[in-house]
Design a binder for this molecule. Structure first.
Ligand code: PMP
Length: 402
């Protein structure tokens, strides 16, 4: 019999389901604050000028397959971008491959670690990017959610997190978002990062850094990589570290969402061979998709490999992060006028998203009565705001608070 194929229809992905509802909504003032994709001041998708120029330069490139590990030139640029100037140690001890964007990097990491590190559990932040859970469930590793965000203080729940991680066992995996935490927009301070690093080193936990917003978060490429670099140096300095990896996405910082550009950088314990780990990563990618996509990677490689294009890219990052910051500032002011409450958290948070603190009921009213769409968690994509819709949105939020 074919009983095993008798599957219930899985619930639609929340974000993608809401986007479809938004598309079908004919209200003239509708506003989408759902998607994690940058929009310019007119509410349109934006092709970065640095990317536009790189596309011209590679217009007669071929469509041949890349190798299983992707473009070596791209992988080297990617590695330098996240770790900074490559020391001999970084060069020799990181097993790096190009991946199918950040999602693919997270997935290959989970597959590799489930098979070889065999953690008893993986610790993911609560809340976090929705796909962390799905990816690790697929890999068959038991998931523990560690407290990350405290709705009452609107800050990181440091005590809760440290207490939860104290329960971790040797070689357990901990997912950390490198910057611009999705969905809260709240990051660790440097002091807090140091506390996390102390615990991780003492308990010999394996960190998977998820780096999806480097440069996009604040406009400062090196500043946004501070935590990854600090950890890499601190953890890898120890003789007996279990390793660490970084899943790197170029979706947001290059606006290359649909081109699926990413990389995975994996450090193994000192006594082991990075070459062996790299060949295993290649076996996984070969079996799953053979080789990663060429076009987006060649755009990134072209931009990062050219002084002028790289400067243009930094200006583009500044354009995006400044616009978002400006919208946060305006939203805070308008919401404080509308509601007589403190909204400073909206301005303090960084990156694409804001955890507004709106309840699921308020989010429903915003959608049903005002055609303003957010995730039920109260997560707002700040990129959806612009000078033309911000008054309408602030007023609608004011109404649901009355
Ligand atoms: N990690 C986090 C935290 C993210 O927010 C995202 C994008 N939403 C990703 C990874 C992966 O995105 P992509 O697969 O487009 O690189």
């Amino acid at each position: 019999s074919a009983q095993y194929l008798d599957l219930a229809v899985a619930p639609a992905d929340t974000a993608f389901g809401l986007m479809a509802d938004f598309e079908a909504d004919s209200h003239p003032k509708k506003v989408s604050l759902i998607a994690g994709a940058y929009r310019n001041q007119n509410g349109d998708p934006w092709v970065l000028p640095s990317v536009k120029e790189a596309k011209k330069r590679i217009s007669d490139a071929t469509h041949e397959y890349l190798g299983i590990a992707g473009s070596p030139g791209f992988v080297k640029q990617a590695k330098e971008l996240v770790f900074g100037p490559l020391t001999a140690y970084l060069q020799e001890n990181a097993a790096s491959i190009q991946t199918v964007s950040g999602t693919g990097a997270n997935h290959v990491a989970a597959t590799f670690l489930a098979k070889h590190l065999r953690p008893s559990q993986v610790f993911i932040p609560s809340p976090t990017w929705i796909n962390h859970k799905s990816i690790w469930q697929m890999a068959g590793v038991p998931i523990v959610e560690y407290p990350y965000y405290s709705p009452s203080t609107k800050e990181v729940d440091m005590a809760g997190m440290l207490q939860s991680l104290e329960q971790a066992k040797l070689n357990d995996v901990v997912i950390l978002q490198a910057c611009a935490h999705n969905p809260t927009g709240v990051d660790f301070s440097k002091v807090q990062w140091e506390q996390v690093a102390e615990l991780v080193q003492r308990k010999k936990l394996f960190i998977v850094f998820d780096s999806a917003y480097q440069g996009f978060a604040t406009g400062d490429v090196d500043g946004d990589a501070w935590a990854v670099r600090y950890f890499t140096e601190a953890v890898l300095a120890s003789e007996s570290h279990p390793g660490l990896c970084v899943a790197q996405s170029f979706s947001k910082n290059f606006g290359l969402y649909g081109e699926r550009v990413g990389a995975l950088h994996l450090f193994v314990p000192r006594s082991l061979s990075a070459q062996g780990a790299r060949s295993e990563l290649m076996l996984i990618s070969r079996a799953e998709y053979s080789n990663p996509p060429r076009y987006g990677a060649s755009i990134v490689e072209t931009v990062l490999g050219d002084q002028d294009l790289r400067s243009q890219w930094k200006a583009d990052l500044d354009t995006m992060s400044s616009r978002i910051h400006h919208m946060r500032n305006l939203l805070r002011k308008k919401l404080e006028e509308e509601t007589q409450r403190d909204w400073s958290n909206v301005e303090k948070q960084i990156g694409m998203f804001s955890y507004t603190g709106l309840t699921a009921a308020q989010v429903s009213r915003l959608r049903e009565e005002y055609h303003v769409y957010l995730l039920p968690s109260g997560r707002m994509s700040v990129c959806g705001l612009n000078e033309s819709n911000i008054d309408y949105v602030a007023n609608a939020i004011g109404e649901v608070f009355r």
